[in-house]
Design a protein around this ligand. Sequence first.
Ligand code: HEC
Length: 146
Amino acid sequence: MPKEIKLSTANWRELKMDGAGAQTSVMKKILILLVAGIVMLSSCYYHKEDLLYGSNCDTTNVTYSSTTKGLLNNYGCLGCHVGNNPSGGINLETYDNVKTVIDNGRLYGAITHSSGFKPMPDGAAKMNSCDINKIKAWIDADAPNN
Ligand code: HEC
């Protein structure tokens, strides 16, 4: 393999080895490639999730009625935050109720599990990042009553 000789010092070392030594070196390379392959594969999955819930997440046309309200319902928030004696004293039934905890940052802090806030939904898995991003987009648009 004369072409490879000038490529790297690793190849130079390999060339100097004889028989078994060179073979071990080749085995090592295969092992390294395998490990690298597995690492790359798993990071691929990671990126796929990123794509699903991150950059591929459609945060356009988010509104209170079609986005935020539905998500609060889907994630069971309304199971606890309704009525005269809602959990944590926080009612999420109406736009005005929701706007209050948007303005004081408690809703976003809670759903993003930020420190200093009670992680929500209480006792259940965190909302997926795409849904959080949608709510964020609505908040960033000044949380209109639309
Ligand atoms: C099983 C009942 C339950 C569910 C479901 C639930 N919450 Fe809560 N929530 C609570 C309780 C209880 C508290 C008060 C916790 C405390 O003060 O220790 C609370 C507190 C909060 C707070 C105040 C957090 C703070 O630190 O100021 C917000 C905002 C909130 N919830 C929003 C939500 C949202 C949004 C959802 C849905 C994604 C949700 N909750 C789902 C029970 C629930």
